[in-house]
Design a binder for this molecule. Structure first.
Ligand code: DAH
Length: 348
């Protein structure tokens, strides 16, 4: 090839680099352009190098020198451009991330656990402190565990106390966490001390009832367990939830799975027992159901009722939450309205 043609080619590439460089806007562009010209395999300057073998011997030295010069020049061009782009990019980044330390901080509302979750965790903490272990049962139960084994056979009037969602003649959505008692007693020998929190379901819907709500079941089975032990445990719970001055009283009640059965009232923590709106003037608030485990229930689970006795209790977690925070409609706990939740949002 003519020497002048070769020189023209070299100059054309130099011009091309100059022209292209004007359009580059980032270090990434520079990197890509560098490859277009200097890539060992496909670069345009590398291609010129490969032409060497086609050059007349007497022109080879001159040609090689020119191509090398071009290469050197291109390298410097790209290095310089790269440096410039990186400086520009760093500056832009500093600008973007600039912090004015004198600016007042933006106050962000910090989220928190839902009040019902807080109550559930507080209850678990309290009873775990007394040595209770957690047993979480299943939300779908069969008739036996939810009713029959709990001394509530098919024709028992107490079944009407709980409107049940049946999934089939045999399976249902558990109406009470009491079903967990049976599973535990079937699988574990006394001493038993369990707490069973979970969702329960009933076809019931008004200001204080919801088709789905949560309960926490407690069960203790051992030798010589009495109603006094129950009162002691529940008084500790009441004081931790509603305040140190809280006292409890037991009122006779009826549950098929306990004998005797009691309703546990707490002295009204709003008025201290004098009588107010919350306690409807009585000075007492009904908090939960409990009792001494019915011998028939122990026997249903293969536990000798002459040797062992037990107590059980069931707390409505939403009910405890509503009492503690003075909420009069259970739906407020499910609507996730932040304006409502913020008012009761403090984690102890
Ligand atoms: N299962 C009862 C209910 O849902 C609550 C209850 C009462 C649980 C007395 C108990 C208990 O363990 O002893 O209404």
């Amino acid at each position: 090839m003519e020497n002048s043609v070769l020189r023209q080619q070299i100059e054309a590439i130099r011009e091309e680099i100059k022209e292209n460089s004007k359009l580059l806007e980032s270090s990434k562009h520079v990197y890509e352009q560098r490859k277009v010209f200097l890539d060992n395999k496909n670069g345009k300057i590398s291609a010129l190098m490969k032409e060497m073998k086609n050059i007349a011997a007497e022109d080879r030295a001159e040609y090689g020198k020119n191509v090398n010069e071009l290469k050197q020049w291109a390298l410097e061009q790209f290095d310089e451009l790269d440096k410039k782009m990186k400086e520009k990019e760093l500056k832009a980044r500093y600008e973007r991330e600039k912090q004015d330390v004198t600016e007042p901080p933006k106050m962000r509302y910090q989220g928190n656990l839902h009040p019902v979750t807080q109550m559930r965790e507080t209850l678990i903490d309290i009873f775990e402190g007394m040595g209770f272990e957690i047993y979480e049962g299943t939300e779908i139960e069969n008739d036996y565990y939810n009713f029959t084994a709990l001394n509530t056979p098919a024709d028992h009037p107490a079944r009407d106390m709980q409107d049940t969602f049946y999934l089939s003649p045999e399976f249902l959505l558990r109406t009470q966490t009491s079903s967990g008692q049976i599973h535990v007693m079937e699988n574990k020998k006394p001493p038993i001390k369990i707490l069973s929190p979970g969702k329960v379901f009933r076809s019931d819907d008004d200001a204080t009832h919801s088709p789905m709500f949560s309960q926490m079941e407690g069960l203790v089975v051992d030798k010589n367990v009495t109603l006094c032990d129950l009162k002691g445990a529940l008084e500790t719970f009441a004081q931790k939830i509603f305040g140190e001055g809280t006292t409890t009283r037991l009122r006779p009640s009826y549950f098929p799975f306990t004998e005797p059965s009691v309703e546990v009232d707490c002295s009204c923590f709003a008025c201290g027992g004098k009588g107010c709106n919350l306690c409807k003037g009585t000075g007492w608030i009904e908090v939960l159901g409990a009792g001494v485990v019915n011998k028939k229930v122990l026997e249903n689970c293969g536990i000798d009722s002459e040797e062992y006795s037990g107590f059980a209790f069931g707390i409505g977690i939403e009910r405890a939450t509503m009492l503690k925070y003075g909420i009069n409609n259970i739906k407020l706990l499910y609507e996730s309205d932040l304006d409502v939740l913020k008012q009761i949002d403090h984690y102890e």
